[in-house]
Design a binder for this molecule. Structure first.
Ligand SMILES: *Cc1c(COP(=O)(O)O)cnc(C)c1O
Length: 486
C-alpha cells in the first residue's frame, strides 16, 4: 500500500485540496474473515436427530469490539455516499437521512404482513398515504406499491398496458423505446413478450418526431420514455409525442428514474403519460438496494386503475381495506411490497413537504449545471437538467473514471448513453454543497490532467485495483466457501 497519505507519502497533486483521505484503508490481506480471527468448534446437542446434524461445526466467536472493528474496516474499504460525492448519472445517488431509518426502526413498524386488515389500520393508512403522495407528485390517479424495484415496476406497468389492450380486444405486439433508454426498458418489453422497436434520437438529442410517426402503428402497445431523458434534456415535444402515441391507440409509459429533476414542478400525468414507475431509492432517498429490498411503485390513470395488482389498499367508509378486482394483472409481490422501504419513502416525503421537494429538484438542476461549468469537458447536449453527459474526448472515459477514484471521489457513469462518445454521465444530486462540487470538479480535472499511463494504471489507492468486471458479472463467487474451494 503506498501513496495513501497515511504514511506521509501522499502523491496527491500539489496545489489541489482534497478533503477526504478515505481510500485505501485496507486490502484483502489485512482484513481476515471473522472465522479466521477466532473460532470455536461446537458439537451438536443430543436433542437433534443424528441424520440431521454434522459431527462438529466451526463458528466464529469474536469479542464485540472485534466485530465492530471488522465491519467498520470493511465499510471503509468500500465506497458510499457517506464517504463522499457519488455522481453516478441516472442512478441518483442521494444521501439517505437517518431519520427515515429511525422511523422504519420504530417497533410499531414491525407488523406481520398477514395480519387481518382491521388489526393493521395504521400500516394500511401509511400505505394509502404514500399512494396518495405519489399519485399527487406524478399526476396519476392510482398507485400500487407492490413492485420491489424500478425494473419490476416497468414490468408491472407494461403488464398493465397489455391487460388494458387485451380487455379492448387488441393484441398489440410492439413497444417503442428510444435508443438512449436504460437497458431495463428493453428487457422489460422483451420479457413481457413484446417486439422492441428502437427509436433514434434527433440531432438535438431528443425523440425524433419523424421517426416516431413512422414507427407508430396499430401494433404499438406503448412508448416507454423518461423525461428529462438520459442526457438530461427535457422532451419539449412531450405533448405532441403523447398525441401521436394516443392517436394510434398506444399508451405512454414514464420511466421515473429522472423524476428528481421535476419534483414539485412538472408532473408526468400532466404531460400525457398513462403509466409510470417511481424509483424511490433515487427520488425519495431510500437506500439503493444493492440486491436487497427496494421499491418501485407504479402509478396509472383512472382508465387503467382496474388492472393494478391485487390486493389494493383503499380507504372506505369503514376504514382501510384490502380490495381486489377481476381485471387485475395478479399479484407482483408479497403483501404490498417491501414495507419498511415504503415507510422510509413516506417519511422522506412527509419531512420535505411540497416546499422541500421543489427545493430538491431546483438544487439538483443547479448543481449539475454548476458542476458542468467547473470541469474542462465538452457537454454535447444542452440545456440539460439534473444530469449531463460530458464526453471525455480523446481520453477513455473508463480510464478517467478509474483515475478519479484515486482522488477520493466516486466517478460518474461511463460509456452510457451511447449517443455520446466516451460518455461520462454525471449527476451530483441536490445534496452536494458548493465546496463538495468544487472538490468533485478538481478530481475531474486531476484525472484528465494525469498522463494516459497513470489513468491506465489507475486506481492505485483503492482497496481493490482494476477488477475484471466481466468475470465479476458473469462468474460471481458469492460466498467465502466458494472462494476457499478454489
Ligand atoms: C435506475 C434506472 C432504471 C431501473 O430502476 P431500478 O430501480 O434500478 O430497477 C430504469 N431506467 C432508468 C433510466 C434508470 O436510471
Amino acid at each position: 500500500m503506498s501513496g495513501n497519505g497515511l504514511d506521509g507519502t501522499s502523491d496527491r497533486e500539489p496545489g489541489r485540496t482534497y478533503d477526504q483521505a478515505t481510500y485505501a484503508v485496507g486490502d484483502d490481506e489485512n482484513e481476515p474473515l471473522l472465522s479466521e480471527k477466532r473460532s470455536d468448534t461446537v458439537k451438536p446437542s443430543d436433542a437433534l436427530p443424528d441424520d440431521l446434524t454434522r459431527d462438529e461445526l466451526t463458528l466464529p466467536n469474536p469479542e464485540e469490539p472485534e466485530v465492530a472493528r471488522h465491519y467498520t474496516r470493511l465499510s471503509q474499504m468500500n465506497w458510499s455516499i457517506e464517504s463522499g460525492p457519488y455522481p453516478l448519472g441516472s442512478c441518483t445517488m442521494k444521501y439517505n437521512p437517518p431519520v427515515t431509518e429511525d422511523v422504519a426502526a420504530d417497533p410499531n413498524a414491525a407488523v406481520h404482513p398477514d395480519r387481518s386488515a382491521d388489526s393493521i389500520q395504521g400500516t394500511l393508512g401509511l400505505l394509502a398515504g404514500l399512494q396518495d403522495y405519489l399519485a399527487r407528485i406524478g399526476g396519476m390517479d392510482a398507485v400500487t406499491l407492490q413492485p420491489p424495484a424500478g425494473a419490476a415496476g416497468e414490468f408491472t406497468g407494461i403488464a398493465i398496458a397489455r391487460a388494458y389492450h387485451r380487455a379492448n380486444g387488441e393484441d398489440r405486439s410492439e413497444v417503442l423505446i428510444p435508443s438512449s433508454a436504460h437497458g431495463t426498458n428493453f428487457a422489460t418489453a422483451a420479457l413481457a413478450g413484446y417486439d422492441v422497436v428502437e427509436l433514434p434520437s434527433d440531432e438535438g438529442g431528443r425523440v425524433d418526431m419523424e421517426a416516431l410517426e413512422a414507427a407508430v402503428s396499430e401494433d404499438t402497445a406503448a412508448l416507454m420514455l423518461t423525461n428529462p431523458n438520459t442526457v438530461g434534456l427535457f422532451e419539449r415535444d412531450i405533448e405532441d409525442i403523447a398525441d401521436v402515441v394516443h392517436d394510434a391507440g398506444g399508451l405512454l409509459y414514464y420511466d421515473g428514474a429522472n423524476l428528481n429533476a421535476l419534483l414539485g414542478r412538472a408532473r408526468p400525468g400532466d404531460m400525457g403519460f398513462d403509466i409510470m414507475h417511481y424509483n424511490v431509492h433515487k427520488t425519495f432517498a431510500t437506500p439503493h438496494g444493492g440486491g436487497g429490498p427496494g421499491a418501485g411503485p407504479v402509478g396509472v390513470t383512472e382508465e387503467l386503475e382496474p388492472y393494478l395488482p391485487n390486493p389494493r389498499v383503499e380507504e372506505t367508509d369503514s376504514g382501510y381495506e384490502l380490495t381486489e378486482t377481476d381485471e387485475a394483472i395478479g399479484k407482483v409481490h408479497g403483501f404490498q411490497g417491501n414495507w419498511l422501504v415504503l415507510v422510509k419513502a413516506y417519511a422522506y416525503i412527509a419531512r420535505l413537504g411540497d416546499e422541500g421537494l421543489r427545493d430538491a429538484s431546483a438544487k439538483s438542476v443547479l448543481n449539475a449545471n454548476y458542476l458542468a461549468e467547473q470541469i474542462d469537458l465538452e457537454v454535447p447536449y444542452e440545456p440539460f437538467h439534473h444530469e449531463f453527459a460530458a464526453t471525455a474526448g480523446d481520453a477513455e472515459a473508463a480510464d478517467v473514471a478509474k483515475r478519479m477514484l484515486d482522488f477520493g471521489v466516486h466517478p460518474p457513469t461511463t460509456n452510457w448513453p451511447e449517443m455520446v462518445p466516451e460518455a461520462m454521465l454525471t449527476e451530483p444530486t441536490e445534496i452536494e454543497s458548493k465546496q463538495s462540487l468544487d472538490d468533485l470538479a478538481a478530481a475531474f480535472d486531476a484525472a484528465l490532467g494525469s498522463t494516459e499511463e497513470e489513468r491506465h494504471e489507475a486506481p492505485s489507492r483503492t482497496t481493490a485495483r482494476r477488477i475484471d468486471q466481466t468475470s465479476a458479472a458473469r462468474n460471481p463467487r458469492l460466498s467465502w466457501q466458494a472462494l476457499e474451494e478454489e
